[in-house]
Design a protein around this ligand. Sequence first.
Ligand SMILES: Cc1cc2nc3c(=O)[nH]c(=O)nc-3n(C[C@H](O)[C@H](O)[C@H](O)COP(=O)(O)OP(=O)(O)OC[C@H]3O[C@@H](n4cnc5c(N)ncnc54)[C@H](O)[C@@H]3O)c2cc1C
Length: 333
Amino acid sequence: MRVAVVGGGISGVTCARELMRGGAEVTLLDRGHRLGGRLGAQTLRETGTRWDGHIVDVGASYFTAASPEFTTQVNDWIARGIAREWTDTFHIADPQGVIGPKIGPMRYSTPGGLRSVVEDIAAELNGDVDVRHPIDVQQVTWLDGPLIDGERYDAVAICAPDPQSLRLIDETSNNLNGVRTVLEGHTRAWEPTMALVAVAEERYWPEFEGVFVNDDAILTWVADDGRRRGDDAAVLVAHSTAVLASRHLPEPIAAAPAMLAALRAVLGVQRDPDWFTVKRWTYAKPQSARPEPCFWDADARVGIAGDSWGGQPRVEAAYLSGLALGTAILTLR
Ligand SMILES: Cc1cc2nc3c(=O)[nH]c(=O)nc-3n(C[C@H](O)[C@H](O)[C@H](O)COP(=O)(O)OP(=O)(O)OC[C@H]3O[C@@H](n4cnc5c(N)ncnc54)[C@H](O)[C@@H]3O)c2cc1C
């Protein structure tokens, strides 16, 4: 059975691995130069500080693990030094500054950037799965079965944000109507985020791991990336509200003045970092996720997985969604 998986984020590589383990002949396609999707990391360069070479998580901040399946995976990453326990305690702030700590579930981070967990799963695919990237898939069509850009497969798994997945579905292929309808139902629910990376020679902010910012028009969250990574680099990552991000999508750096001002207020400091940049996420997160783990149309032989499935738009849900879709596709045999 030949199966194509579109998307090399955590849902896509997990789906591909499940299919590979089940004996399918798998092709994984992603448009990125590196796999990982929204588990995005950036290496600092030319910041004028001693932190060049430090890896920064510019996408997801951390992951949690509640299900037995993902907990087993996370424990394996921890045992091999790929992931580590970060913290169960974040702070809460309002626009005027930090209010106090809040204890929650254990949050996990990675010494090498969150992308390394995707790359670890991808390493297992090596040799058995045909991993092709960067390759920008244009269209999924249907003629006696699904085709990707004209290449025929027995089944297709689409593991990307709904608006990006919907763009791939050929409008003239009636057999794909079910898939299109499911995707159309969720495309408006996706929100953008800007991630401000702020670097200083020395720390100039109070000690914290991460801060949830409540009731602010500009920021939702600030992470201390040096503490998250474990090397204590003086690097912060602040995430914007969807409203601010949508105003600056064409020119992300234009969001910086407002984000820097809000950061000063939250940290209770007068100064700005020595270097900063802004990363845009057009489809950062769905506002909600459907309760089902994934979608599988056995007639069309096309399925959908990702973090807009499984109840919570998170890394763990994306992992479980990819796993569920891989399992569903294997029932074809
Ligand atoms: C700023 C931000 C903060 C977040 N914070 C957290 C957090 O703290 N905790 C948490 O659990 N989650 C967080 N998330 C959410 C988390 O990142 C996602 O839930 C998870 O990474 C989704 O994985 P995925 O595989 O479903 O999708 P993605 O990671 O988006 O993967 C989709 C892949 O599809 C590829 N693709 C898309 N279109 C095409 C095409 N036409 N051709 C080829 N390839 C294509 C993309 O290149 C991408 O690699 C955050 C996300 C963002 C952006």
